[in-house]
Design a protein around this ligand. Sequence first.
Ligand SMILES: Nc1ncnc2c1ncn2[C@@H]1O[C@H](COP(=O)(O)OP(=O)(O)OP(=O)(O)O)[C@@H](O)[C@H]1O
Ligand SMILES: [Mg+2]
Length: 246
Amino acid sequence: MITLALYNIKGGVGKTAGCVNLAYLAAQEGKQVLIWDLDPQGAATFYFEETAKIKGGIKKLLLGEAPLADAIKPTAFDNLSLLPADFGNRHIDGLLDDLKQSKKRFKSLVAQLQGHYDYLFIDCAPGVGTVSEAIFAAADVVLFPTIPTTLSIRTWEMANTFFTDNQLSTNKLYAYFSMADIRKTMHNDTMAQFYRNKQFLKNYIPYLSTIEKMGSHLAPVAHFAPSSYAAQCFRDLWKELKKQLG
Ligand SMILES: Nc1ncnc2c1ncn2[C@@H]1O[C@H](COP(=O)(O)OP(=O)(O)OP(=O)(O)O)[C@@H](O)[C@H]1O
Ligand SMILES: [Mg+2]
């Protein structure tokens, strides 16, 4: 199983859009895919028309008192399952803080899924805390959707520093440009500058209204608009990412 976390300290950069669309493409290829919505906002959960609630609460799952499998729901799409958000997730940083060896514990939770799924996609909440640190340690790939502006690049650089300072391998850090508008000089210049960095994937996701429409279709773009430019962009990105994963 390959664990990919869609993460950025910044909010509203396209983490959930990336998570849902890339996971859907993997599932369409016949792979068994699970999305774990670890953002209490529950946007990924909403896209799959699920309730942001875990029976018995997230705490039991984290403590290993209930198996993750009990909380997993099928989606309307073949091979794609969902571990929904729980509004109780908003305390999950505190819960993990109280646990000894929280990173190890989180890693062993993820290990429960081994053998059942080919890909685990984690939709992370914005910000940085105990949960994101646990995710960084457990994930094989931490993928940063990055809007090509100076401030977004700064958060990317902060993440790289954080990884280095915490003995995490920066080899698992990848980024792609999200919501890019190549008519904007700043976007163009930033992209040109950062493409020299090998951690940045070459394919990018432009700012496209088709992607915004996921909220009304409640489906990935490749499902409701398979021949759209947006769907093609996600397919190209997924292809490139798979190549990187080997
Ligand atoms: N490439 C894009 N083009 C246009 N709209 C987009 C694009 N990507 C995402 N959006 C829209 O922008 C909003 C934020 O996107 P998304 O929810 O994926 O970001 P996020 O990083 O997960 O946000 P949060 O930090 O709140 O979890 C959503 O309404 C989404 O539909
Ligand atoms: Mg999100």
